[in-house]
Design a protein around this ligand. Structure first.
Ligand code: AMP
Length: 281
């Protein structure tokens, strides 16, 4: 596996593949890699001739400076994990390489997809940071395929809209959420969830299960499903920042729920804010 730290070196190392019209799969990450990231790398490895992972803790998508400061950075282990998963090239730029003139450019999507849910609670600047860095990474690596996790369902919709609106020639591939054996969605931030908070963190998955059970029991009312989810979280002594049953494409709240609806949750647990989601079956 090749480790490159500059845009020029990444371009150079992809030149032959591009000339050969090989498929190039990009897996954008912020490092602190876990099995969720590995699922993305595995799928990219199965589907593409060349697999590139980017490892970059993108400051422009952090709304909370403390969150940025304590975001785990584990480069050595990350590179080992990437190598184990058959990645060809790891792109590990520093902030100056990605933003040579500070943050003087922004690629921003506006509208309900970025204003609601995560955008409403973290601020839509979070998604402006995401679209900016993803647009830059797509320009830098020019992948034919890019891999994102369903764990960040709203991010997937935002990236798909970015690709559509800018006519970017890349296929977005979405990978199912990977969970711990007890159901907790894997996340780099889980490292900060300790002691009793680790048990309380199960509140999110419990709420997703409760909404599905309510649906299975015949309930089709959005508010009733939300109530079932909130009640389940309460037994873990966790209160959601938001818990909503929404349209899987527009993210608008649903009053009448059908299979395919998306249940999305964010909740503070101890020192971190966790998110999770599931599709009603
Ligand atoms: P991050 O490093 O947190 O920015 O995540 C990089 C990519 O990995 C994003 O597309 C995430 O949605 C995805 N990802 C994070 N956690 C998981 C998970 N538990 N299962 C599947 N994909 C994930």
């Amino acid at each position: 596996m090749l480790v490159v730290r500059t845009v020029a070196d990444l371009r150079e190392s992809l030149r032959a593949a591009r000339r050969a019209e090989a498929t190039i799969g990009l897996v954008p990450t912020m490092g602190a890699l876990h099995h969720g990231h590995e699922a993305l790398m595995e799928q990219a490895r199965r589907e593409c001739d060349v697999v590139v992972i980017s490892i970059f803790v993108n400051p422009t998508q952090f709304n909370d400076p403390t969150d940025l400061e304590r975001y785990p950075r584990t480069e050595e282990a990350d590179l080992a994990a990437a190598e184990r998963n058959g990645v060809d090239i790891a792109f590990v730029p520093d902030v100056a390489e990605m933003y040579p003139s500070g943050s003087s450019i922004e690629v921003r999507l506006d509208g309900p997809l970025v204003d609601t849910l995560e955008g409403a609670h973290r601020g839509s600047d979070h998604f402006h940071g995401v679209t900016t860095v993803v647009a830059k990474l797509f320009n830098i690596a020019q992948p034919t395929h890019a891999y994102f996790g369903q764990k960040d369902a709203q991010q997937v919709l935002v990236v798909q809209a970015l690709v559509r609106e800018l006519n970017l020639p890349v296929e977005i591939r979405v990978v199912d959420t990977v969970r711990e054996p007890d159901g907790l969605a894997m996340s780099s931030r889980n490292i900060h969830v300790k002691g009793d908070d680790r048990r309380r963190a199960l509140a999110l998955k419990a709420a997703l299960d409760a909404t599905q059970s309510a649906y299975d029991g015949g309930s089709r009312d959005g508010a009733a499903l939300v109530e079932a989810g909130v009640a389940a979280m309460k037994t873990y002594d966790v209160e959601p920042e938001y818990l909503a049953v929404v349209d899987p494409v527009t993210l608008e709240p649903l009053t009448e729920v059908d299979a395919g609806a998306l249940v999305v949750i964010a909740a503070p647990v101890g020192p971190v804010r966790l998110i999770d989601n599931a599709v009603i079956r």
